[in-house]
Design a protein. Structure first.
Length: 110
């Protein structure tokens, strides 16, 4: 149960970070409205707050979160940008998720 809750929290955190960065991208690169900066700031503040909800050392949380972020970014690439991930993308995210698993497993052991 704790694994599912942790992964769910990481996923929500990744979405908040990606949206918080994507909205300024739309403003700067796609001629979007400057008003996009307001929800972007809210999303980035939410992202930072969500990272504080984990009970373990922040460095370990950030390292483990990185794996979920990479996977979420590739899903974003596919669903939002409309570009299918390559085999290299899939291999890379697999390596990152294995690394994340090692960090998380080791963190639970301490």
């Amino acid at each position: 149960m704790i694994v599912a809750k942790t992964l769910g929290l990481f996923l929500v955190t990744a979405i908040a970070e990606i949206v918080g960065c994507y909205l300024p991208y739309l403003w700067l690169r796609k001629d979007g409205s400057a008003w996009l900066l307001l929800p972007a700031a809210v999303c980035l503040a939410l992202f930072a707050w969500l990272l504080t909800l984990h009970p373990t050392a922040s460095g370990r949380v950030y390292a483990a979160y990185g794996g979920v972020y990479v996977a979420a970014a590739l899903v974003w690439l596919w669903w939002v940008d409309g570009e299918a991930p390559t085999g290299w993308d899939i291999a890379g995210v697999a390596v990152v998720l294995v690394g994340m698993g090692i960090i998380v497993w080791g963190g639970w052991q301490t």
